[in-house]
Design a protein around this ligand. Structure first.
Ligand code: FES
Length: 148
């Protein structure tokens, strides 16, 4: 894995470079590591509080740690009606974490998502952006097994 400084340095002379650097970090790690925010602050000559503020301002940027597999459950109305709540319970009990949390082995993170455009197959989850349609409490163990 490239180190934080190498990733961040590639954007250091660009206007708005800190946001682009955060995007690049998130692509690499799935989230923005807290230590990388400190490096970004030094590189872009802002205070750590300002660098942290930028990272947490945009909802699409996630300050980590997060898991290797980011599992998102669509909670928009069609998926909700089709039983997303049961899928949430199954995921929470199988992984032993609540929504918004990451497993202790840093393997899985559970998050909610808005409609991901797969409404023909509700309820829908995505794992690192790959959609799984028509999921149910019964199919969750097999899907998780595929990630292990
Ligand atoms: S409502 Fe869930 S994918 Fe569209």
């Amino acid at each position: 894995m490239s180190d934080f400084k190498t990733i961040i340095n590639a954007y250091k002379d660009k206007p708005g470079g800190i946001i682009e650097a955060y995007h690049a970090l998130q692509r690499e790690y799935n989230y923005i590591p807290e230590d990388a925010i400190r490096v970004a602050a030094e590189t872009f000559r802002v205070s750590p509080a300002q660098a942290y503020g930028v990272a947490t301002f945009y909802s699409y940027l996630k300050v980590g740690p997060r898991g290797r597999y980011i599992i998102r459950i669509c909670e928009s109305a069609p998926c909700h009606v089709a039983g997303a709540a049961e899928v949430v319970s199954a995921l929470e009990s199988q992984l032993g974490i609540k929504m918004g949390e990451t497993t202790a082995d840093s393997k899985f993170t559970l998050e909610f998502a808005e409609c991901v455009g797969q409404c023909q197959g509700t309820p829908v989850i995505t794992i690192n952006s790959t959609p799984y349609v028509g999921v149910s409490a019964q199919t969750i163990p097999e899907i998780l097994q595929g990630c292990r």
